[in-house]
Design a protein around this ligand. Structure first.
Ligand SMILES: [Zn+2]
Length: 281
């Protein structure tokens, strides 16, 4: 497992039902090489970014990590850290986390979620608009490319793209939203190219996981339990994931962190009390 590496790319608020009609070749490629499968946000979890992303990267549900909204105050991340922090602090691995949403990366609004990865890259949006968030995601992508192209060891990383969600909140799930999803896919493609470069150069074996946190109502917005809001998805490919075969049984957001550890050859310590388990086909 010395050559095992994992990258998680989080794209906020991407509706599963729209993917078949959108031009997302890079996501489609991951689905073909592995799988793309629905995730229903757990019944007790608000369909909001804060709790969903926290579950995704800690591998435990809201009753453990204590993040119930988009303010992260009162969280128990000291007991249930995100995987970039745990891997760096307890497992001797080097990690990074990059993105532009404040509470994930900064000590603001009760954050950060990513407490202490080896490297942290935060890109501040100039303002809260879809245009500013496109620019932010562009710079986040460039930062991820930069880190992956460095002659520096990284075992796991997380990249956050937020423009899709911002667009839905501003103008609903119409033309602009669809274009934002396609732009996110092009950025995914650039990050995958950088990963491919490392594979070639260093013989690393990468697992790639792409995940969204929740859906959106047609007019934009989420937080309720409608099917459009509670339906998320995970796509992944890499060693041990046969092409085109979806995992057996329902997937959960908490499975992402569990799979990260397992893919790196680390058996989760029972004391971590993870609620997720590695993707099993
Ligand atoms: Zn979100």
């Amino acid at each position: 497992m010395e050559t095992s590496r994992v990258l998680v790319i989080g794209i906020d608020g991407v509706r599963l039902d729209l993917l078949p009609e959108l031009d997302t070749p890079h996501l489609d490629g991951i689905a073909r090489a592995g799988f793309l499968a629905p995730v229903e946000v757990d019944a007790g979890t608000p369909t909001m970014s804060g709790p969903c992303w926290t579950t995704i990267v800690t591998g435990v549900g809201v009753t453990k990590h204590g993040v119930w909204g988009n303010r992260l105050d009162g969280n128990r991340l000291d007991v249930f850290p995100d995987f970039t922090t745990r891997l760096a602090a307890d497992c001797g691995r080097r990690t990074f986390a990059v993105g532009g949403w404040e509470p994930l990366f900064l000590a603001r609004q009760g954050g950060p979620l990513f407490v202490a990865p080896t490297r942290l890259g935060y890109v501040a949006p100039a303002e809260d608009t879809p245009e500013a968030w496109e620019e932010t995601d562009e710079r986040v992508t460039a930062e991820a490319e930069h880190l992956l192209c460095l002659d520096e060891e990284f075992h796991a990383g997380f990249v956050y793209l937020g423009a899709v969600d911002e667009t839905a909140h501003f103008v609903g799930c119409g033309t602009e939203y669809r274009a934002a999803v396609e732009a996110a896919d092009r950025r995914l493609g650039r990050v995958l190219d950088a990963v491919h470069g490392r594979r070639e150069r260093a013989g690393e074996e990468w697992t790639v996981i792409v995940v969204t946190d929740h859906g959106h109502r047609e007019e934009g917005g989420h937080g309720g339990r409608s099917e459009l809001e509670r339906t998320a998805w995970i796509a992944a490919c890499g060693p041990g994931l046969p092409p085109g075969q979806a995992p057996a049984g329902p997937l959960h957001h908490a499975d992402v962190a569990a799979h990260v550890y397992t893919a790196l050859g680390i058996a989760p310590d029972p004391h971590w009390t993870l609620d997720g388990r590695a993707f099993a086909v």
